[in-house]
Design a protein around this ligand. Structure first.
Ligand SMILES: Cc1cc2nc3c(=O)[nH]c(=O)nc-3n(C[C@H](O)[C@H](O)[C@H](O)COP(=O)(O)OP(=O)(O)OC[C@H]3O[C@@H](n4cnc5c(N)ncnc54)[C@H](O)[C@@H]3O)c2cc1C
Length: 266
């Protein structure tokens, strides 16, 4: 039962309230339904809205995206225009007006579409907690969460060079649906063959995962249909798919090669 809602005006104050047992809330699109259901074991909510950790800054090719930046703000930003297509697959405009970048790191799959992108981009997360500040790969946050009282304040990513960013999300509906399979990738080519590849998958494991086996298949080879499907079959070694209302684990695994190919060739 929630007995208080805190709205701290600094990260330090938010950390203090969270360390004392409060539940962090950013956009609240995941937190509030649970509060309304009464299924919450926390005494207090700690809203991050006034903590001063929103906004997008570009320093050369490196973007720093504040944790409370909304998905709608990402969608509208010129700096992160390459992410527009991916963000537009998330829920509806109403939800994207509230949902935040930081919150997307902590939602259960098949949600977490931006988190899949951040994993492919090799983004890092700035974290502040009772023990001070640290910067860790987003992959570490996705795999292990953060410690009690810690707040993600921002993510940092390198904006990919033109033509190297790929994204595809397979859904039951064309828009406003959770992922069956999501593929995000930064892939560089030279002289017609892949020279570097970083691929992340969503919807096919309890957290977003790197498709290292698929990356290995692609290196030194052209981005052609047969090669991509081979990479997609290899990626089955990297996933731990699950059943849910959208698709079975069997189906997710079965269609993975098709959607990996579509991420690159449409
Ligand atoms: C109808 C509907 C459809 C949706 N569809 C999609 C979809 O298609 N794809 C998708 O990815 N998501 C979807 N979502 C889930 C959700 O809206 C997004 O994932 C969103 O980005 C979560 O952000 P939030 O700020 O609302 O999180 P909140 O609800 O505020 O928080 C979620 C969790 O993250 C923690 N948290 C939040 N911010 C921080 C921080 N800075 N530091 C540490 N912990 C933090 C909270 O404590 C909480 O545990 C949907 C939600 C709804 C209601």
């Amino acid at each position: 039962m929630i007995s208080a809602v805190r709205t701290p005006d600094s990260v330090a104050a938010a950390v203090g309230h969270a360390a004392a047992g409060g539940w962090l809330m950013a956009g609240g699109t995941v937190v509030m339904p649970q509060v309304n259901n009464g299924a919450v074991g926390f005494p207090e909510l700690v809203s991050l809205r006034r903590a001063g950790i929103g906004g997008i800054e570009l320093d050369g090719p490196i973007a720093r995206v504040g944790a409370t930046t909304t998905l709608a703000e990402v969608e509208e930003s010129q700096e992160l225009s390459f992410l527009r297509g991916a963000v537009r697959t998330v829920a509806s405009p109403t939800v994207r007006n509230l949902a935040t970048v930081g919150g997307n790191l902590f939602v259960a799959q098949p949600y977490g579409d931006l988190a899949v992108c951040l994993l492919a981009l090799d983004a890092s997360a700035d974290i502040t907690g009772p023990g001070g500040h640290r910067e860790v790969p987003v992959g570490a946050v996705l795999a292990g969460g953060v410690a009690s009282g810690e707040v993600v304040t921002a993510v940092r990513l390198a904006v990919p060079a033109p033509g190297t960013w790929f994204y595809h999300k397979a859904m039951r509906r064309k828009l406003n649906s959770a992922a069956i399979v999501a593929v995000a990738a930064v892939v560089e080519t030279a002289a017609g063959v892949v020279t570097s590849a970083r691929i992340a998958l969503g919807g096919v494991a309890p957290t977003p995962v790197r498709a290292v086996s698929a990356e290995t298949v692609l290196i030194g080879r052209p981005l052609e249909s047969g090669v991509l499907e081979e990479a997609g079959r290899a990626a089955r070694a990297d996933i731990a798919p699950f059943d849910d209302a959208y698709a079975s684990a069997w189906y997710r695994s079965r269609v993975l090669p098709v959607h990996l190919r579509r991420a690159f060739l449409g």
